[in-house]
Design a protein around this ligand. Structure first.
Ligand code: PMP
Length: 443
């Protein structure tokens, strides 16, 4: 086992430097070291292949910490996807004309979702949600949006916290402020909780004739209660609102398409991102013609939404997902890992909970000092060469042997942590401050 002095620290030191010249340190909250093991997390990589990452000092890790925030379900630097992308780059990734792969990808996504007729594309999940909401408002001519879940950083969404600074707390991220957003947007975006049709009915009672859009993740960590999604669909139909399913995270996780195909509830628009391009930036907004056509009534346009590599990557990724049946594999991997954790919990008597859809299986520690315990566990896993986060993501590159090694390392770390809890010395074994979730200034 590596000791503190043996842990390579170049990446951790780079992170300190980054925070001085990049406000917030980087471009994505989920890649902040403070969320894992502050001051120790490797933070930067030189190479990523399959489910392996090599840090700045050449140190080697297996990635059980999210696989590029859920974007690489085929593994990093997948050869089939990369070959297609390299070919596209050689033939010019940008030109004055459009790339024909846009149409191929649109047809492919419509083929996978026969209820949809038209598609627009973007590059990030947040902007795709903003496109979808804009189309929904344009289609209905109404102002207000009801939402459930996380949908990105854009003004329409974060403005929810103007009316109440805690509106977004239940929706994944506490601590978000609405600074920098026009106050006049306050009260236009209204939250409802998952599985709480009564919340949505209340919004409808108060704002019914102004409510044009309902946007939600069809599922996040667990499946909906019977009748919930169907109930939302009925409400949208009753009041004439556009129903958007944000499948940026849930898409391509349990099947080759949106999870709504499995849940058998059809939206008017669905948004995809993350896994679609296996790490290359491409997001899609698919929908029914009568709604999507309103994208022509409003200005939605951007130079790099036309760049070629994203489309080509998505087409190659979809081909490979279909060929490998990766979703089935991820379900069995996740089931195995969660069973393993449950056994470790029973063996040590340590209080844990295991949740999430199998491909996104999630480990949580149920104690008063859970952030300390989580930090110690992540620190010890790192010493054993495993990057760990509760938001781990299964993928094509996990072999049975790698999962065996991961479970063995997990068991050892469970023992270390449960022993530390018994001896009441968790804090003294920690090499850093506890990790923190939520949003806050870093410097
Ligand atoms: N919607 C959902 C459901 C998400 O999970 C995310 C990202 N975590 C987003 C939107 C935003 O996507 P991006 O980070 O690509 O902008």
């Amino acid at each position: 086992m590596k000791t503190e002095s043996q842990l390579p620290m170049t990446g951790a030191n780079l992170w300190k430097k980054a925070k001085k010249i990049i406000p917030g340190g980087n471009q994505l909250l989920s890649k902040r070291s403070e969320r894992f093991v502050p001051d120790i997390w490797p933070a930067y990589y030189k190479k990523a292949k399959g489910c392996e990452i090599w840090g700045m000092d050449g140190e080697h890790y297996y990635d059980f910490a999210g696989m590029g925030v859920g974007s690489c379900i085929l593994g990093y630097a997948d050869e089939d996807v990369d070959t297609a992308v390299i070919e596209a780059i050689k033939n010019g990734a940008m030109s004055t004309l459009n790339c024909y792969e846009e149409i191929e990808l649109a047809e492919r996504l419509i083929g996978l979702h026969p209820w949809a007729d038209m598609v627009r594309f973007g590059r990030s999940g947040g902007e795709a949600c903003a496109i979808a909401v804009r189309i929904g408002r344009a289609a209905t001519g109404r102002n207000k949006v009801a939402f459930c879940g996380y949908h990105g950083w854009h003004d329409w969404y974060i403005s929810s916290n103007i009316a109440s600074s805690t509106n977004l707390d239940d929706q994944l991220l506490p601590g978000l402020t609405s600074k920098g957003i026009a106050r006049q947007l306050g009260g236009t975006t209204l939250p409802f909780r998952y599985n709480r049709l009564d919340d949505l009915e209340k919004i409808v009672n108060e704002h019914g004739k102004d409510l044009g859009v309902i946007i939600m993740e069809p599922t996040r960590d667990h499946l909906p209660e019977a009748g919930f999604l169907e109930g939302v669909r009925k409400i949208a139909d009753r009041i004439g609102a556009v129903l958007i399913f944000d499948e940026v995270t849930s898409g391509f996780v349990v099947n080759l398409g949106g999870i709504h195909l499995t849940l058998e509830v059809t939206p008017d628009i669905a948004v995809f991102g993350k896994a679609l391009g296996n790490g290359y930036p491409i997001t899609a907004v698919i929908g029914k013609k009568e709604v999507m056509d309103h994208a022509q009534d409003t200005f939605i346009s951007s130079t790099f939404w036309t760049e070629r590599t994203g489309f080509v990557a998505a087409l190659a990724a979809l081909r490979k997902m279909e060929k490998t049946q990766v979703q089935k594999l991820m379900i069995s991997q996740g089931t195995r890992i969660s069973e393993g954790w449950k056994k470790m919990g029973q063996k040590t008597g340590f209080k844990i909970h295991v949740s999430g859809l199998p491909p996104h299986t999630h480990l949580g520690f149920d104690t008063d000092s859970n952030m300390e315990i989580h930090t110690l566990y992540t620190q010890e896993m790192l010493k054993k060469g495993f990057m760990f986060s509760p938001a781990m993501r299964c993928n094509l590159a996990y072999t049975s042997t790698i999962i065996d090694q991961f479970l063995k390392a997990s068991e050892d770390c469970f023992d270390i942590v449960s022993e530390a809890v018994k001896l009441n010395n968790v804090r003294s074994l920690m090499m850093t401050e506890p990790a923190s979730t939520g949003f806050k200034r870093l410097t």
